[in-house]
Design a protein around this ligand. Structure first.
Ligand SMILES: [Ca+2]
Ligand SMILES: [Ca+2]
Length: 387
């Protein structure tokens, strides 16, 4: 177990030192659940990625929306990309405000009404990330972003005898609409490194790449308050290609000062956990990865496993007609359609002759694969002629 303290005064100096190296992180991704904490029913969501061009958003993970729209914005001082999800399809009534005290482990909302599971993968890291719920007219509900603390990364390349270093900072979103300062929350952080790039779909609670064991605890407990930045800096071992963190957030239920600052009795030197009366419900888990080497996206590799095979066909078939799976949109037509099947076919096994044959709904034995592929290939060709 490793405990790290966070001298806030040092953070600015570290950030300044590291600023020129920002671009050397090749991809960042984030995966998490969010409950609707607005007073209204929600029908859509908007993800705002500051400092990121639309072409650099290469994957997203919405669970329950029919449509995805990606637009760039530029207000003269900052630019970025907005990814807007509409057409909520889990229930007709949108998703309702939550029951107080509900919690999530970072993947529960994939199949649960009342909350939503989000993920995104970008080729450059955003300078800020904001989330908004949308009403039935696709308008933002309120002007304050959701209270999803979002880590940002800074990479310092190796120099001389010094190994590369990676700094992760967590900042609570500003809460400008409220006269009173937002509530404090507890944060616990787990960390691991792997020797290959992480994938968005892997960043879910329970997945083998996600650090969740006590031995992988990086920050035992830290109390976050508005304006306070939590950050961790660590050496990157040779060969590590991805650094993955799991952030857990819990309610702070301890006393506050008249200025609404947390008045906690927690002492990290003498206590392993916060006092029982200060540690409230588990709010959320946020899985975040930084890929330190470029990821070569293979055309037609719709499940990101590095090869173009029948499993990519299965991905394509399951999501036909969807507008929310950019990774499967091989021909960039903004919808999963026959054009993407053609992209898959032309890269199948690196062999165009094999690619004339298409897949099945199970991964079959080699011999039956050919038969199954032939049948489905004909079906797909027939549909194209009809359209
Ligand atoms: Ca594949
Ligand atoms: Ca397409």
């Amino acid at each position: 177990m490793k405990r790290i303290t966070y001298p806030i005064a040092v953070a600015a100096a570290v950030a300044a030192l590291a600023a020129p190296a920002r671009a050397t992180i090749y991809g960042t991704m984030s995966n998490f659940d969010v409950f609707n904490d607005t007073p209204e029913n929600c029908y859509g969501a908007e993800l705002e990625l500051e400092g990121v061009h639309a072409a650099d958003v290469y994957n997203t993970y919405p669970s329950h929306f029919d449509h995805r729209n990606v637009t760039e914005y530029n207000d003269g001082t900052t630019f970025g990309t907005r990814v807007t999800f509409t057409g909520y399809n889990f229930t007709a009534d949108g998703f309702i405000p939550p029951t107080p005290g509900q919690s999530t482990n970072g993947h529960a909302c994939v199949d649960t009404a009342g909350c939503e599971h989000f993920g995104f993968a970008v080729n450059t890291q955003p300078t800020a990330t904001r989330y908004f719920w949308l009403d039935s007219n696709s308008q933002r509900i309120g002007t304050t972003p959701l209270a999803v603390p979002t880590p940002s990364w800074t990479y310092i390349p190796p120099a001389g005898n010094q190994p590369a270093q990676l700094q992760a900072q967590v900042e609570l979103p500003e809460n400008e609409d409220h006269v009173q300062q937002a509530d404090a929350i507890w944060m616990k952080v787990y960390k691991t490194e792997i020797q290959r790039p992480a994938k968005l779909e892997e960043l879910m609670s329970g997945n083998a790449v996600v650090p969740e064991d006590q031995a992988e605890v990086e920050t035992e407990w830290e109390l976050l308050e508005r304006g306070v930045v939590g950050d961790a800096q660590d050496k990157v071992n040779n060969g590590d290609e991805s650094v993955i963190r799991r952030y857990e957030f819990y309610k702070y239920t301890g006393p506050y000062t008249p200025e609404h600052e947390a008045d906690s009795a927690y002492d990290s030197k003498t206590m392993s956990d916060p006092p029982a009366n200060e540690l409230g419900d588990f709010i959320a888990a946020n899985m975040v990865a930084a890929n330190l080497v470029p990821v070569a996206l293979v055309q037609g590799d719709y499940n990101e496993d590095g090869v173009v095979d029948a499993s990519d066909y299965i991905m394509w078939r399951h999501h036909q007609g969807s507008e929310v799976y950019p990774l499967i949109d091989g021909d960039h037509s903004n919808v999963v359609d026959d054009g993407d099947l053609e992209v898959w076919q032309s890269h199948y096994g690196g062999n165009p002759a094999q690619a004339a044959l298409a897949g099945s709904n199970v991964v079959p034995e080699p011999v039956s694969l050919l038969l199954l592929l032939t049948g489905v290939g004909l079906t797909a060709a027939g549909r194209r002629r009809d359209s």
